[in-house]
Design a protein around this ligand. Structure first.
Ligand code: AMP
Length: 240
């Protein structure tokens, strides 16, 4: 993911189109970060690193981190920075991150952002991080979160309002009974939004000020939002 000093302008153009580097997807709970990350990693061939997914996997495996995180997550609060940073550090050491990666749900606090910025600054061969924030209004977020259901087998995401399964309550692909995340209730959503406004909104401002930042409207069809993110990342990479 380095840009060579000797690359010609056209080499550089090609490289910019094909080497995504580190990308942050920012946005409130329910803004579609996970859905978009899944679309874009297929396109770019880089891994999606979702701190929410990593934490849920620790919870289901009953690790020490999972035991600490479980109740915090059920309350809709944020897991302590040091634990999340350490978890991300371990994941970023995997070789599949060499050409770039898409961080989904991280950083969520200014100390996490400072940690990530410091880590990237210590690796001068890395492309700088670019951040894309997906904007969706509060009522739409509430509907998305409280309507969300997942297939526990193939992880397909449904929404009882906007993308219902053919047979209510069951996955179209696997036939498995759909499940609702414990933190997708209206009450926990309100707490997650409080955490977002207090702790994550300043992170959005931090990356906006960096200049390598774009905001996309998340209240559109999935493919249109994905196309908007791709063109934003390509534009930001050209100026980076
Ligand atoms: P998500 O799946 O991204 O909505 O995350 C679900 C929950 O995991 C959040 O409500 C937090 O409790 C926790 N979590 C995920 N990412 C982070 C993070 N970067 N920092 C702290 N807590 C996190």
């Amino acid at each position: 993911m380095s840009l060579t000093a000797t690359a010609t302008e056209s080499d550089r153009e090609t490289e910019l189109k094909t080497v995504p580097g580190p990308i942050l997807l920012l946005g409130a709970p329910g803004s579609g970060k996970g859905t978009q990350a899944k679309e874009l990693v297929k396109l770019w061939g880089i891994p999606q690193i979702s701190t929410g997914d990593l934490l849920r996997s620790n919870v289901s495996q009953g690790t020490e981190l999972g035991k600490t995180a479980k109740e915090i997550m059920q309350r809709g609060e944020l897991v302590p920075d040091t634990l999340v940073n350490e978890m991300v550090a371990v994941r970023l050491k995997q070789p599949d991150t060499a050409a770039g990666y898409m961080l989904d749900g991280f950083p969520r606090t200014l100390p996490q952002a400072a940690w990530l910025d410091g880590r990237l600054a210590s690796q001068p061969q890395c492309l700088p991080v670019v951040a894309v924030s997906i904007h969706v209004d509060y009522n739409q977020l509430l509907r998305r979160i409280t309507g969300r259901r997942n297939c526990p087998v193939c992880q397909t995401i449904y929404n009882i309002y906007s993308k219902p399964p053919k047979v209510s309550g069951f996955c179209d692909v696997e036939g498995a009974a759909l499940v609702q995340r414990a933190d997708d209730t209206e009450q926990v959503f309100a707490e997650r939004m409080r955490a977002y406004e207090a702790q994550t909104a300043p992170v959005v401002e931090h990356y906006r000020a960096s200049g390598r930042f774009a905001e996309v409207d998340g209240d559109r069809p999935i493919a249109e939002i994905a196309a908007g993110i791709v063109s934003a990342v390509e534009r930001l990479r050209k100026q980076a």
